[in-house]
Every structure is written in C-alpha cells, then in structure tokens.
Design a protein around this ligand. Sequence first.
Ligand code: FES
Length: 165
Amino acid sequence: MRQSGRGRVPTPASPPAPADPQRAASVRAIAEQLAGIRGPLLPILHEVVAAHGYVHDDDVVVVADVLNLSRADVHGAVTFYHDFRRTPPPAHRVALCRGEACQARGAETVHAVAADRWSGSADVEVGEVFCLGLCAVGPAGTVDGTLHAGLTPQRLDAATSGWSP
Ligand code: FES
C-alpha cells in the first residue's frame, strides 16, 4: 500500500489574518482574560459585543484559538443566541414585547406601526422580545435599551422623537 505525503501528519492551517488587527488584539485580550473561568465562551462573546457592538467572523477565529475550540463550536454559539449580533448595530434600536400578555394589550398595533415607520431604515432596527416582566402594564418594550411600559404609537413617537424615519 502506498501512502501519500511520506507519512507526515499535515499541520493544521493557520488562521487567516484578521481584517482589523487592532480589533483582533482587543478580542484576544478579552478572551484570554476570561478563558480561565468556568464556561468561558458565552461570557467572552458577551464582552466582545459590549466592547465592539457585534461578533465579527474574525472574532470567532480568535476566540476559537484562545479557547482551543473549533471555529464551528464558536460559530454555533454565536448563531444560536440572538444576543450575539453578527453585524454592526444600528444607531437606534426598538425592541417590542410580543409576549401574550402584551399582545392582549395591543402590542401588535405598536409593532406594526414601528415596523412600518422604520422598515428599510439603516439607522433604526425594530426587534422583538418575549416578556420583559412588565406584563401587567404592557405593551412593553425598550427604546435604545430603556424600558417603556404602556406603549402606544403616540408614546413610541414621544420616546423616539428626533429619529429620522
Ligand atoms: S408579555 Fe410583555 S412584558 Fe410580559
């Protein structure tokens, strides 16, 4: 039987060079700082999002390298949880509760108004959450991270005044 490569074990390919070395260094520092804790992957990804706004594909490579995981393992965690954005965040974000209690209090109307107002906007993202613990005073949501209860289209207007449509 003939073996190719004269019996040498191929060395794994080195990771591709990151597009932004400064960001890669920052992500590596975050990963190395948290690598020793129990279950470090999710805390590292949260810190990357806090520091850089989202998880870039290059960040996946760096985190996988530091934790000695496959890129598929890290990519799987990033894509499984909605908290880990994969694109730069917009300037503003509205997240409206679509939970049943809020639906019963008119959340669908507020969501429809918001989705219509900012559809196609690069500056505003309309998202959804499922229960913010404000069920009795819904519809609830967040506007740039600030909790709002009793949302109506008019209250949403007031909370987002100055935003371009
Ligand atoms: S269902 Fe909307 S806050 Fe609970």
